[in-house]
Ligand binder design. Structure first.
Ligand code: DAT
Ligand code: MG
Length: 151
């Protein structure tokens, strides 16, 4: 439906490199709708849950250090097919495999500094959104151009 939601996070390198605006711009201009936004210093506890499937990977300790190295900007975006469309917009996990035109393909070089996170399925998105945001931090609203983006 048009109310599908996904979690997007500008990682510490994306914030340091002043890419917050560029990342928001790409999602906004596509026609997706912002329903939650905050800057935060992420805790190891949150990351342990967020990256639960990666605990045994050799890069996990450095991933934790990277993700706690500075502030992150977390967002929830809404729209038709937003999970899949945002993954396509973000590009391959490894920037070397990310197509030009994608955020990672345009702004990053190495997998350990790939600037942005996006949920990889609608089911995971729901879990990640409830992990990162309180219900009261998400705003249900209708944009004035809705009738021109949807039928
Ligand atoms: P994605 O962020 O595209 O969903 P993922 O969930 O497989 O990718 O991994 C989460 C993050 O972990 C990824 O954005 C960067 C880091 N990572 C993944 N594979 C890595 C590797 N081989 N070396 C270093 N960091 C890696
Ligand atoms: Mg992932």
């Amino acid at each position: 439906g048009v109310k599908e939601r996904t979690l997007v996070a500008v990682k510490p390198d994306g914030v340091q490199r002043r890419l917050i605006g560029q990342i928001i711009k790409r999602l906004e201009q596509r026609g997706f709708q912002l329903v939650g936004l905050k800057m935060l210093q992420v805790s190891e506890e949150l990351l342990a849950q967020h990256y639960a499937s990666l605990h045994r990977k050799p890069f996990y300790p450095s991933l934790l250090r990277y993700m706690t190295s500075g502030p992150v900007v977390a967002m929830v975006w809404e729209g038709h097919n937003v999970v899949k469309s945002t993954r396509m917009l973000v590009g391959n996990t490894n920037p070397a495999e990310a197509a030009p035109g994608t955020l990672r393909g345009d702004f990053s070089v190495h997998v350990s500094r790939n600037i942005v996170h996006a949920s990889d399925s609608a089911e995971v998105a729901q879990k990640e959104i409830s992990l990162w945001f309180q219900r009261s931090e998400l705003i249900d609203w209708e944009c004035c151009d809705h009738g021109n983006i949807y039928h």
